[in-house]
Design a protein around this ligand. Structure first.
Ligand SMILES: C[S@@+](CC[C@H](N)C(=O)[O-])C[C@H]1O[C@@H](n2cnc3c(N)ncnc32)[C@H](O)[C@@H]1O
Length: 203
């Protein structure tokens, strides 16, 4: 039995779910509200999917690379980049759980709804700290702890969200400062509401 979620199979129709597009827009807005983004900054979007957050942040940054382990997700992002003529977005096929990451240093690393797919978030967050310029920022959005009802299919889900305490502890242990956790938005699914937290911290 595999515990790898097949994101390639859902990439083609990913953007057709209005809830996902709305959520990504709200997360991008929350990131812009918390950090003074600069067109001098180089950024990464980890687990970028089809680039809903990547493309929303791109106009506010010098460059942004969408990182994902799904080839089909990245193809979709590359298609959108080409169609929109966006000049400052690139893609990188990397498995974050295998320690893969684009070369170089960054001013900002963002991620939306991906941390719950990473078995060992502390190892990832620690390795990211060394990839940020001094004073660089990370901004991670993910579900607040939920009861497991959010995903109908549990494949590849390693965490049922994260509590504020857990996120703070993870970031402290991974060497970050200026940690702040706020509610970015909430997802309404059926008769349930799932808060989404935005954790921001400085290297
Ligand atoms: C729930 S989707 C979120 C996509 C996008 N951030 C959004 O908000 O629309 C999670 C993404 O994380 C990617 N992902 C999961 N595990 C990964 C890993 N180990 N390395 C890189 N990407 C991964 C998946 O391929 C998928 O595109």
């Amino acid at each position: 039995m595999t515990n790898i979620r097949d994101f390639n199979a859902v990439a083609q129709n990913w953007d057709e779910e209005p809830r996902r597009v709305k959520l990504a827009g709200e997360i991008a807005t929350a990131i812009c509200g918390r950090l003074n983004l600069s067109t001098d900054w180089d950024a990464l979007d980890l687990g970028c999917g089809t680039g809903l957050v990547t493309l929303a942040l791109a106009p506010h940054l010098g460059s942004i690379t969408g990182v994902d382990s799904s080839c089909a997700m990245l193809d979709k992002l590359a298609e959108k980049v080409k169609a929109s003529g966006t000049a400052n977005v690139t893609t990188a096929l990397n498995d974050l759980s295998a320690g893969e990451m684009p070369d170089g240093k960054f001013h900002l690393i963002v991620s939306a709804m991906t941390l719950h797919h990473i078995q060992d978030p502390e190892t990832l967050l620690s390795s990211l700290a060394s990839r940020l310029y001094p004073g660089g920022w990370i901004a991670f959005a993910d579900l607040e702890t939920e009861d497991g009802s959010f995903h109908e299919d549990p494949t590849g889900i390693f965490h049922h969200g994260f509590s504020r305490t857990e996120l703070t502890r993870l970031l402290e242990h991974s060497g970050y400062a200026a940690i702040s956790i706020t509610e970015a938005t909430a997802i309404h699914k059926g008769d349930r509401t799932y808060p989404v937290l935005l954790a921001v911290a400085q290297a």
